[in-house]
Ligand binder design. Structure first.
Ligand code: 5AD
Ligand code: SF4
Length: 451
């Protein structure tokens, strides 16, 4: 392994969107650290600026172009001082826009899709050598994960680990199958080795990531297929790894062995993010979700049978083309039946190139706003109810970082809630029992109990 250069250059990296982008950004900065780049929070100081972009909902590309206006000015100011600034657009907007990006924004030097991050240092060097902008949005054959440098020491106690990329589901509203490509699962051995490395650096909790993570089917060391349930069981044997989570899942891929893992594996946290998107079967079919409302509810019942205390979270879209008020009511009904601990809800946003963008019956923003508000009121009420029921209970809390006030730390409950408690800095990285005393809308507060 390369021992790397002492940092001589600075990189500013801004991440938009999902956790998969957060993970990718970490891997990019680790690759760049080997190449002599230290991180900076100040764009004006940066020799290299990277925007790791998201394309999932509207105006993502517009936001990037407006940020590029500011970056162009910084690039010009630095050039006047004799300094070069390499501007890189990564992520899903890069993948979707490609060449268009360098045409519309000549300040951009490098456009790089998510499958090519292991080539980043090489591509920057090429741009420095000939000054020509580069667009790299192919899906190369080589294995990005094998090529990227090993995980470095971080101060974090909780880390992300991408185990699966891409999506073959083709929900009619979604850009992911186009920007992230076909489903790919990393081999089990590679994941276990990365997990062990993270644990050796002090990580206690790992969240396995994938656009369709429970569709995971990687090869094990015997060349056989392994499911996510199997992978969780393997990871659970790693000493020092205390907590395992995963996201995001599709209801169709929620296999029996994964449900059984929730029953059997203590290290697998009682939290499940399971998007259902809409409550009407007609809309679900138009979305190409491949499940009905009743199937979703019965799946939730099976998961709860295996792990009665599991906290459920979901994604919901309102205002899909043609959605009637009655069909929207069906979405509210599912929420009322299931009771979610938390949820993300969105107005339908027409994404160019997806089938739903050109469907009849596009709804007005007013209708979408109204439905979103009614849905969010209900979801907020459920989140408060879930949190309020925690008062008086004692949870194991993994402390992650200092809180806003002196002497206060922030950690996470098994149900992914933020928990504030007074504790010594030495508690960071430890799991301690905390009795919950009060709740806010988005967090809990409690007292560390003596062991
Ligand atoms: N419009 C609105 N929401 C969307 N999502 C994905 N695509 C769209 C879209 N075109 C939401 C889905 C998905 C989450 C990550 O983003 O709910 O689960
Ligand atoms: Fe997009 Fe998720 Fe549907 Fe895949 S399963 S197309 S990532 S919403």
């Amino acid at each position: 392994m390369s021992i790397g250069h002492a940092p001589t250059k600075k990189v500013f990296l801004k991440t938009y969107g999902c956790q998969m982008n957060v993970y990718d950004s970490e891997r990019m900065s680790e690759a760049l650290a080997v190449d002599g780049y230290a991180s900076t929070e100040t764009m004006e100081d940066a020799d290299l600026i990277i925007l790791n972009t998201c394309h999932i909902r509207e105006r993502a590309a517009d936001k990037v172009y407006s940020e590029l206006g500011r970056i162009r000015d910084i690039k010009d100011e630095r050039a006047a001082l004799g300094k070069t600034t390499t501007v890189t657009i990564a992520g899903c907007v890069a993948q979707a826009e490609g060449e268009e990006m360098t045409r519309r924004a000549p300040a951009v030097d490098l456009v790089i899709g998510p499958q090519s991050y292991h080539h980043l240092p090489k591509l920057i060097a090429r741009n420095h050598a000939d000054g020509k902008s580069i667009v790299e949005t192919q899906f190369p054959d080589d294995d990005k994960f094998k090529e990227l440098p090993e995980r470095r020491r971080t101060l974090a106690t909780a880390a992300f680990l991408t185990v699966q990329e891409g999506c073959d589901k083709f929900c009619t509203f979604c850009v992911v199958p186009y920007t992230r490509g076909a489903e790919y699962s990393r081999p089990v051995a590679q994941i276990l080795s990365e997990a062990r490395k993270l644990v050796s650096h002090g990580v206690r909790e790992i969240t396995l990531l994938g656009q369709n993570v429970n569709g995971y089917h990687g090869v094990d060391t015997h060349g056989k297929d392994m499911t996510l349930g199997g992978l969780v069981r393997e990871l659970a044997t790693i000493d020092g790894l205390e907590r395992i989570r995963y996201m995001t899942s599709h209801p169709r891929d929620m296999g029996d062995d994964l449900i059984a893992a929730h029953r059997d594996i203590d290290k697998l946290m009682p939290f499940l993010h399971l998007p259902f998107q809409a409550g009407s079967d007609r809309i679900l079919a138009a979305m190409n979700r491949k499940h009905t409302a009743a199937e979703f509810v019965s799946l939730v019942d099976r998961v709860r049978l295996a792990r009665p205390d599991i906290a459920l979270s979901t994604d919901i879209i309102v205002g899909f083309p043609g959605e009637t008020e009655g069909e929207f009511q069906a979405t509210l009904e599912i929420v009322k039946t299931v009771h979610f601990a938390s949820a993300y809800s969105f107005k339908f946003s027409a994404r160019p190139g997806t089938p739903a963008a050109s469907m009849d019956g596009q709804l007005s923003e007013d209708v979408k706003d109204d439905r979103l508000k009614r849905l969010q009121d209900l979801l907020m009420q459920q989140q408060r109810t879930f949190n309020a029921a925690c008062v008086g209970k004692t949870f194991p809390v993994l402390f992650e970082k200092a809180g806003r006030y002196a002497g206060q730390l922030i950690g996470r409950s098994p149900y992914l809630q933020s928990v504030h408690a007074d504790a010594d800095m030495s508690a960071i990285g430890k799991i301690l029992p905390v009795e919950i005393a009060s709740v806010g809308p988005n967090s809990l507060a409690g007292v560390v109990k003596s062991l």
